[in-house]
Ligand binder design. Structure first.
Ligand SMILES: Cc1cc2nc3c(=O)[nH]c(=O)nc-3n(C[C@H](O)[C@H](O)[C@H](O)COP(=O)(O)OP(=O)(O)OC[C@H]3O[C@@H](n4cnc5c(N)ncnc54)[C@H](O)[C@@H]3O)c2cc1C
Length: 409
């Protein structure tokens, strides 16, 4: 297979125009192009008013070797994409099924891969299935009290369900994992364009359906889900895990426990720390969200021409700044056409995030403006000192808005 890079096409291009470009780049006859697939598509708006899509396209062609020889040094090269392979590293028969704690993106994908490979995992999730959870989240956003186990962060799909669903990552894809994740999302209902879009995006409404379909498939392969099932203890004997406790009352015997508990299960972190399980503190970023009219962002980054804007996805930005005190400030998780939402998980505390639906058709763009914080901000080196720091900030935010998201113009 060959890959043709740097194909430039105007917004709104047709498949015919794309084929013409491919044939021209490969310098072949139309009948020698056997098949093609877009591998990557990004937008180049650096030379406004000229805006282009830049594509990389994988192609099967007749006489591949001679085409390659002829085009040496051009934007055409040999293409051997890496396919992800599930590594089976053990050979001993497992006494118990593996237990996965947490049904967020991490737990869900672990469960899917294990189930696909015959391991029949048991998934414990403290929150509720997505339909019930959706009702709890919407009531909370409409003023009902916070449900501690069913909210924007806890429940089927984890913090990933009510998220923006942006799937771009800067992690290099040496083992084909990123592509496998995207393919899995497409298999369970995401738009196939995420496979090549440089900024793939799913949106909460579609994610809700995907997590349910993934659950169905995992169950069909022998996996089992328990909702409203918080792991409250890990049972350890002679330095080996022998079981977990659920909701403080039910014991489940197991030797393999995957902790996929995300970044918000503060009581579980404390429980694990008190059991003497090794933990390390990690720097993270905190800040606020800014909102602008999405129209303004689209105009600033693309064009004033409504006809051009119709052919482009809403624009996203990324900004960095170094403050006088040496701290780096940067925009993060920009949500075009999205919403700022209350993503709190503890009573009397307030924390926010940004999300969007698949159409990204909200009036506003929002983005986090954050700064990295670490030991010098937390006050000490204790592995859980970052949580104390978060709670202090979240308490102040709660008080500033009397329980609502504090906003200023
Ligand atoms: C509003 C919002 C928007 C976001 N937008 C994006 C985005 O666009 N792109 C992106 O990449 N990331 C985004 N994120 C972040 C992303 O959702 C998280 O990084 C991701 O969900 C982490 O996955 P995880 O599986 O590790 O943990 P989580 O998603 O946090 O899942 C952990 C799960 O474990 C469960 N759990 C915890 N403790 C226990 C226990 N003791 N027993 C049983 N179950 C337990 C929780 O209920 C939860 O369901 C967003 C987050 C939010 C809140």
């Amino acid at each position: 297979m060959l890959i043709v890079n740097q194909l430039k096409l105007k917004p709104g291009y047709t498949e015919k125009e794309l084929v013409r470009k491919i044939i021209a780049a490969l310098q072949i006859l139309p009948e020698d192009l056997l098949s093609f697939e877009i591998e990557r598509q990004s937008i180049d708006a650096r030379r406004k008013p000229d805006i282009f899509f830049i594509l990389s396209v994988a192609c099967k062609v007749r006489h591949e070797e001679s085409v390659l020889r002829r085009l040496k040094g051009s934007d055409v090269s040999l293409y051997n994409p890496v396919e992800y392979k599930f590594a089976i590293t053990g050979r001993d028969l497992m006494r118990y099924r593996p237990v996965i704690v947490g049904d967020g993106p991490c737990g869900l994908f672990a469960a899917y891969l294990l189930a696909k490979n015959g391991y029949k995992p048991l998934i414990l999730e403290r929150g509720f299935p997505v339909d019930m959870r959706k009702k709890d989240v919407e009531s909370f956003w409409n003023g009902a009290p916070l449900n501690l186990n069913s909210n924007v962060l806890f429940g089927e799909g984890g913090a990933g369900t009510f998220s923006d669903g942006k799937l771009n990552t800067l992690v290099k894809d040496k083992e084909g994992r990123n592509k496998e994740v995207l393919r899995t999302f497409v298999k369970f209902g995401a738009d196939p364009s995420i496979l090549y879009d440089a900024k793939p995006h799913i949106g909460t409404d579609v994610l809700e359906k995907i997590v349910k379909s993934m659950r169905d498939e995992i169950e069909a392969k022998g996996g089992e889900f328990k909702f409203n099932a918080e792991m409250t203890d890990v049972l350890i004997k002679d330095d080996e895990v022998v079981g977990v406790m659920v909701n403080g009352i039910t014991r489940i015997d197991c030797n393999d426990v995957l902790l996929c508990i995300g970044h918000s299960a503060r009581n579980t972190f404390e429980m694990l720390y008190n059991k003497g399980i090794h933990m390390e503190k990690k720097d993270f970023a905190v800040g606020l969200r800014v909102e602008h009219s999405q129209k303004m962002i689209d105009k600033a980054l693309y064009s004033d021409d409504e006809e051009v804007l119709k052919k482009l996805p809403h624009a996203a930005y990324k900004l960095t700044y170094k403050a006088d005190n040496g701290r780096g400030v940067y925009s993060f998780c920009m949500c075009p056409g999205g919403y700022v939402v209350n993503a709190s998980s503890e009573k009397g505390l307030l924390c926010i995030n940004g999300m969007s639906y698949s159409g990204r058709n909200g009036d506003n763009a929002n983005s986090a403006i954050v700064v990295t914080v670490g030991k010098e901000d937390f006050g000490d080196d204790h592995p859980l000192s970052g949580i104390r720091f978060q709670r202090e900030l979240e308490k102040k935010a709660y008080e500033a808005g009397s329980g609502n998201i504090p906003v200023e113009l």
